[in-house]
Design a protein around this ligand. Structure first.
Ligand code: BT5
Length: 259
């Protein structure tokens, strides 16, 4: 897509940021409220979450005012099977925003992690919300992101914060503006086949999981192999015994540290 048309679509991206001192989870609240007709670009941001959520019923922890905790409502015209592309749009936007804010570029790990030196400082959780009944083809998606600004993560996890990893003291609301600016053109790329191909191209070019030995942990099994490629819906292609298998979900462990 030409840069000029990406930019003109970005100008149409109107965001409406709602601040909360405390919520159970910004994702849970925005998913619940999306059905009442909130427009794309609605953002919920909380100083604290009493029930912050990760994927598969896991928790996301963050002491008050230590992190960016926010969720964005998107209404792209994509298939449900392509919903993971919204996580990719958010991951690329966060990578770019962290780069501008700190001068250092983080790693992206499939499917939803932001890392510095193999330690996680950010995670993304995308969920489907109720669509408008009169807009067939449109998918209502809530994409939540947690970024550790000063909190270095729960003790049992391999985690870090932007402060610890980069030395940068980041203002949350300034960072959120940067993130939403980066998300503008990328969320509009979700709406066209060409835009989605560009998004996947950008993702493949920066994803640190590719080329690495990985263990994919599925609900009831695990496999190891070399991460090779990204499929058209954002799925991870892993070569196992000479055959590439694509995974839509699951957790990935990088088996060797980054050099
Ligand atoms: C994620 O899940 O990484 C998605 C996290 C999304 C959080 C945002 S905050 C705003 C919005 N509202 C919500 O309720 N959620 C979203 P997953 O890949 O399942 O990782 C969860 C795991 O990361 C946990 O089981 C812990 O091991 C670890 N973890 C929890 N809090 C962490 C933190 N602050 N930093 C690093 N790791 C953490």
């Amino acid at each position: 897509m030409e840069l000029s048309s990406v930019k003109s679509m970005a100008e149409l991206w109107k965001t409406d940021v709602h601040h909360f001192e405390s919520l159970g989870s910004t994702n849970t609240s925005l998913v619940a409220d999306a059905g009442s007709g909130l427009p794309a670009g609605t953002v919920y941001v909380a100083d604290f979450q009493t029930a912050g959520r990760g994927r598969r019923d896991r928790t996301w922890e963050a002491p008050p005012k230590s992190s960016l905790l926010c969720s964005v409502l998107l209404r792209p015209t994509i298939q449900l099977a392509e919903a993971h592309l919204a996580t990719i749009a958010m991951a690329l936007s966060a990578r770019a925003a962290v780069g501008s804010a700190t001068g250092l570029t983080p790693m992206l790990k499939w499917p939803n992690d932001l890392l510095f030196n193999d330690a996680k400082f950010g995670g993304i959780l995308a969920e489907v919300a109720a669509p408008f009944a009169d807009r067939p083809g449109e998918l209502a998606l809530v994409v939540g992101i947690g970024i550790n600004l000063t909190f270095s993560g729960p003790p049992e996890s391999v985690a870090t914060s932007l402060l610890k990893a980069t030395g940068a003291t980041i203002d949350r609301d300034g960072f959120l503006s940067l993130l939403l600016e980066e998300l503008g053109p990328r969320q509009s790329q979700l709406n066209t086949a060409e835009g989605r191909a560009d998004l996947l191209g950008e993702y493949e070019s920066v994803l640190s999981t590719l080329g690495r030995e990985v263990r994919v942990e599925l609900t009831d099994s695990m496999v190891t192999g070399q991460a090779k490629s990204i499929g058209p819906s954002g799925e991870l292609g892993v070569e196992i015994d000479g055959v590439v298998r694509f995974f839509h979900a699951g957790d990935v462990v990088h088996l060797r540290p980054t050099m």
